[in-house]
Design a protein around this ligand. Structure first.
Ligand SMILES: Nc1ncnc2c1ncn2[C@@H]1O[C@H](COP(=O)(O)OP(=O)(O)O)[C@@H](O)[C@H]1O
Ligand SMILES: N[C@@H](CC(=O)OP(=O)(O)O)C(=O)O
Length: 791
């Protein structure tokens, strides 16, 4: 009976919920026939283990503690998932922990065999976890140690597989062994002839799975975080196209060139003993897939980028271009660089990228078309040649030019005029800013399309419901679609959104919710850009603020929040630019609350306090709950955001805050009821306004930063004060700094309101979109020509 081999990559086992999903998929597959599962380590674990091996050389105790914590985290996940693996277990976390402890002296001495034992433990722990979860779901399963199946050389860290011996070891178990229990095999691992654990090189779990599939003659499914093999890495190229059917030989060419969704060696066993391979997205059940080696195949059209290359060992010192011009034989799989030698003889390492362009429909014109496309994008290659063996154009570039060239050539050679899709998830889609933003999306779509972008709303969420539709939701239909949608909690829709493979994906948070902001690190880490007027993220206290910064740094996704202070006013960007140009703020004063500015302004016009607050709410100046304005908390968040833009490290609780209305009454959770309590404020405020008028003064809600103290309170200022003559809806900022000492910098203007906020959010959105411009501006070659190649 033919079964199938299913391989789960680290991303598909990234956390407890993903492991649960993987187990669900295994249970379904097992109900259809025999299954053997190959697992990678949980995402990031192999990197952490490699870090522990390095640490062991310097600080054995710290390495032991880190290893123990890593092992314990797997046990914690097992507990969370109710998994208690049983049966004839080859290892448990406790045993792995002991083994790691024992191998520490050898690790400290830099022993390669001990390092392999350590590295391979990530896959063992993942196998143990998955075993427990599938058993808990009632499936009879067992682990097969890879050491008894995969026979390798003794080259630790990157062992060569003896394919004949490996096939024989797999077959020797007999058909009944593989068809009976569900077998779970750790990937990436093998054993040398003397029985020592070896590893097969980074990302080699795909290879392990292919060895098993070829030996059994079973089809292979690789479950990963993308829907399949695309015409270029979809995380780098917006609008990359899914390749639905590839021949094994074409997929092999593409994988070797760096299409890393398939690890380069994966297809070698399958080319000898063909079985079909399908790449499947673990996270989106509706996604399509790529089928490799089936009956249908399409011509290969795609681009792959490698950054891990150097010139081959032994290459003589040459100019880089001349060396690369010798073709495929001069580069090797070893990370390094070419060396640029400047005229004074100083040498700098220049990392190199190698771009491979495949277009089996293009014929002999491909190199010429590549040259033209590079020239049109102002990119200068180090070398460009036709690889006869791989039937592709190879382009060697300075590493910084790799991604711009990838995008430009994909656009010009593969995607043609098809617009780049930009996917939007609008959170708070039923609110006033959300609805206005959706109108702007509908209005601006045609002009963006003319600039090569296709703006698609793929998710819309309000406080109760969520619609996710990869095919796109008409902005005008969002209200109706939401009305008809199922209820969804924040945890549910966030989980669905994280599973979506579409990129670029921009989440527009039009809420004022702290709970939504608390999820920013997860979304950013998943490469989702965020645009928002919500102040809770950018003004958050240290743990969340740190996690947001770290997630941006790691994934390259960005949080843009220009509208959190002053709506559309050019405030934060200006302050950031000044700071990065070396300016140092000395004093700052500002009127930051559109609502309080409006309310205090209306008092001067004899409008009662409670009526003025109601007007501010009706005009859309106020936060959804006006208590956030009246307490000064909203303005305090803006002051934190302003000061952070100036490089001042400050938290909300460091602001001296005097609320406009006593804090006790602001606890009322219902906005309407709060408004009903405000009439008793009318008389005192009327007296206060009259007293100010008699003295030739007026009230403003003043934010200030002076001598390291940040404060916010209602103050009387002379009518001649620059912050006194603001229109009701205006915000203003005055700042003295090392660059603005002679006269302060003043920025003032309307700083609140639905239209201005939505417009500012849209402007931020355009900035995110511009990053996906298919053709990027000219990047200069690194200084220091001529280039000399080194081994
Ligand atoms: N042509 C391509 N098509 C699809 N994905 C690609 C391509 N080239 C590179 N990739 C990258 O391969 C990644 C999947 O491989 P990998 O990170 O090893 O996943 P796993 O953890 O599942 O093994 C994708 O997230 C994508 O960024
Ligand atoms: N865990 C190993 C092997 C592997 O293949 O992982 P993944 O399938 O997640 O790329 C590594 O990180 O190198």
């Amino acid at each position: 009976m033919v079964g199938k081999v299913v391989k789960f990559g680290g991303t598909s086992l990234g956390d407890a919920s993903r492991i649960a999903r993987a187990a669900d998929a295994v249970v379904v597959a097992r109900s259809e026939g025999p299954v053997a599962v190959v697992v990678s380590a949980m995402a990031g674990v192999t990197n952490r283990l490699a870090g522990i091996a390095e640490l062991a050389v310097q600080d054995a105790a710290a390495a032991a503690a880190a290893a123990r914590a890593l092992v314990a985290s797997h046990a914690d996940i097992a507990a969370e998932l109710g998994a208690a693996p049983d049966g004839d277990l080859p290892w448990t976390p406790a045993r792995i922990g002991r083994q790691l402890d024992e191998s520490l002296p050898a690790l400290a001495a830099g022993d390669a065999a001990a390092r392999d034992i350590l590295l391979a433990s990530g896959e063992k722990l993942a196998a143990w976890l998955l075993l427990g979860v599938v058993q808990a779901r009632g499936v009879a399963a067992a682990i097969v140690p890879a050491e008894v199946l995969v026979r390798t050389s003794g080259r630790h860290g990157n062992a060569e597989v003896d394919r004949t011996a490996t096939s024989a070891a797999i077959a020797a178990r007999g058909a009944g062994f593989w068809q009976g229990l569900l077998r779970i095999v750790p990937g990436f691992t093998g054993a040398s002839p003397d029985g020592r654990t070896t590893t097969l090189g980074r990302n080699a779990s795909d290879y392990s799975a292919a060895l098993l599939a070829a030996a059994l003659g079973w089809p292979l499914e690789i479950w990963t975080d993308v829907a399949g093999c695309y015409s270029a890495d979809p995380r780098l190229v917006a609008g990359a196209r899914l390749l639905r059917h590839l021949s094994l030989a074409d997929a092999n060419r593409f994988a070797h060139a760096g299409a890393s969704v398939i690890h380069a060696r994966t297809l070698e066993p399958l080319l000898e003993r063909p079985v079909p391979l399908t790449i499947v997205n673990s996270f989106a059940s509706d996604a399509q897939s790529t089928r490799i080696g089936g009956e249908v195949s399409e011509p290969l059209r795609g681009l792959a980028l490698r950054h891990d290359l150097s010139l081959a060992r032994g290459a003589r010192a040459l100019t880089a271009a001349a060396a690369f011009d010798q073709g495929d034989d001069v580069y090797a799989d070893a990370p390094a660089a070419v060396v640029a030698v400047s005229e004074d003889g100083a040498e700098t390492a220049v990392p190199v990228a190698l771009l491979s362009v495949f277009d089996d429909t293009a014929g002999a014109s491909l190199p010429h078309r590549c040259r033209e496309a590079l020239a049109a994008s102002d990119l200068v290659p180090l070398a460009l040649w036709w690889s006869r063996r791989e039937r592709c154009v190879r382009i060697a570039l300075a590493a910084a030019d790799g991604q711009p060239a990838l995008r430009a050539l994909h656009r010009l050679l593969i995607a043609g005029d098809a617009p780049v899709p930009i996917h939007l998830a609008v959170i708070g889609a039923s609110g006033r800013v959300g609805r206005r933003l959706l109108e702007l999306v509908a209005e601006q779509r045609p002009s963006l399309r003319a600039r090569g972008f296709d703006l698609r709303v793929v998710a819309a969420v309000n406080s109760r419901k969520a619609v996710v539709d990869a095919a796109g939701i008409e902005p005008a239909a969002v209200g109706a679609r939401l009305a008809a949608a199922n209820e969804a909690t924040l945890a549910q829709w966030s989980h669905d959104l994280l599973a979506r493979p579409e990129r670029p994906l921009v989440l527009v948070d039009c809420t004022a919710s702290a709970d939504v902001a608390a999820r920013y690190p997860d979304w950013l880490a998943a490469g989702i850009d965020i645009v928002t007027p919500n102040k809770h993220g950018p003004s958050a206290a240290a743990p969340l603020a740190g996690a947001i910064a770290e997630a941006q740094r790691q994934s390259g996704a960005r949080l843009l929040h220009e509208t959190t202070v002053g709506a559309q006013l050019p405030l934060l960007r200006t302050l950031r630019e000044l700071t990065s140009a070396g300016d140092r703020v000395e004093t700052l004063e500002a009127v930051l609350s559109g609502t309080l500015s409006y309310v205090l302004g209306r008092l001067q016009q004899d409008v009662p306090f409670s009526a003025a607050v109601r007007e501010a709410v009706a005009l859309g100046y106020a936060e959804p709950h006006p208590g956030a304005d009246l307490s000064g908390a909203d303005a305090a968040r803006k002051l934190v955001i302003l000061l952070r833009a100036l490089g001042v490290a400050i938290d909300l609780d460091e602001i001296h805050l005097q609320p406009l209305v006593d804090a006790e009454r602001l606890r009322e959770p219902d906005a309407g009821r709060l408004l009903d309590t405000l009439e008793d404020q009318d008389a005192p405020w009327q007296r206060a306004a009259e007293a100010a008028r008699a003295a030739g003064e007026c009230w403003i809600y003043r934010a200030s930063w002076q001598g390291g103290i940040a404060q916010l309170r209602a103050e009387r200022v002379p009518l001649s004060h620059p912050l006194a003559r603001l229109l009701p809806c205006e915000n203003a900022l005055r700042l003295s700094s090392s660059y603005y000492r002679a006269a302060p910098l003043t920025v003032a203007g309307p700083g609140a309101g639905i239209d201005l906020t939505a417009a500012g959010v849209f402007a931020d959105l355009l900035e995110v979109i511009a990053r996906h411009q298919p053709v990027e501006p000219l990047r200069q070659m690194p200084a220091g020509a001529p280039l000399r190649a080194v081994a």
